[in-house]
Design a protein around this ligand. Structure first.
Ligand code: BMP
Length: 257
């Protein structure tokens, strides 16, 4: 059962290079925290990254919400990621035919394939979407979306099960799965990324549903994504440190080897 294994041990099971890296960063920095940098100005994201940097294993962006995107922003963000040893994930949630995804992934304004170590992908379009991404860049860690946190979403059990199966057939490219439940306990090389995490509230007014840090770790999360719980806080660094500690303490309780 992956839940009882240490991250150092799980790194040795990972077939994907980015997953290996992520496990090792998590073990070294003692953190399960990924911050969702959902801010619309470049300087705000850079400031956030500087402040939360010491406490996170991963920074998750939605690059297309930036009002003032510039390649220099990516350069600076990569420097901060290097200084504080965290990994960049672009939460693009690709979902289209292979040819279109290839263009969205490597072309356009954002050139995602040139800087994101991790990306999110919907399983909806099947194998061709993964083939097209790997053809563009085989040094990528993909997180496949098997479940989502929003209320009344349309994903059913079959979709979730088939998503895990698809992931297992692309072991060297898949870093993990975005989900809410411990779906793949027998595959310690994959990471469970769980969004919808907050200490102070249970939902927003647009369908987001939150669980507490303890609850998501109990539900199998290896990495918990926290956005507004940290970005809207008056003390960003203090809040990131608090989430890191609560998550890590909860995680330590489930690890026995
Ligand atoms: P917040 O903690 O502010 O609600 O942000 C959650 C982040 O996680 C957002 O960036 C959102 O796009 C992402 N996310 C989610 O909330 N639920 C999912 O099921 C999948 C996600 O990627």
């Amino acid at each position: 059962d992956r839940l009882s294994l240490s991250f150092t041990k799980r790194a040795t099971y990972a077939k994907n290079n980015m997953a290996k890296k992520l496990f090792n960063v998590m073990a070294k920095k003692e953190t399960n925290l990924c911050v969702a940098a959902d801010l619309t100005e470049a300087t705000d994201i850079l400031n956030l990254a500087e402040q939360v940097g010491p406490y996170i294993c991963c920074l998750k962006t939605h690059i297309d919400i930036l009002q003032d995107f510039h390649p220099n922003f990516i350069k600076r963000l990569k420097e901060i990621a290097e200084t504080h040893e965290f990994i960049l994930m672009e939460d693009r949630k690709f979902a289209d035919i292979g040819n279109t995804v290839q263009l969205q992934y490597s072309q356009g304004l954002y050139q995602i394939s040139s800087w994101a170590s991790l990306i999110t992908v919907h399983s909806l379009f099947g194998r061709s979407i993964l083939d097209s991404i790997i053809e563009s860049n085989d040094d990528i860690g993909v997180f496949l979306i098997a479940e989502v946190s929003s209320s009344n979403n349309l994903i059913d059990e079959k979709y979730t099960t088939e998503t895990i199966k698809l992931g297992l057939s692309y072991e060297s490219s898949i870093a993990g799965v975005v989900c809410q439940n411990p779906l793949f306990r027998d595959f310690p090389g994959f990471l469970q990324l769980t969004p919808g995490v907050q200490l102070d509230s249970t939902k927003d007014n647009l369908g987001q549903q939150y669980n507490s840090p303890e609850k998501v770790i109990e539900n199998g999360a290896d990495i918990a994504v926290v956005g507004r719980g940290i970005t809207k806080s008056a003390d960003i660094a203090g809040s990131a440190e608090q989430y890191r500690r609560v998550l890590w303490d909860a995680c330590k309780r489930r690890i026995s080897e």
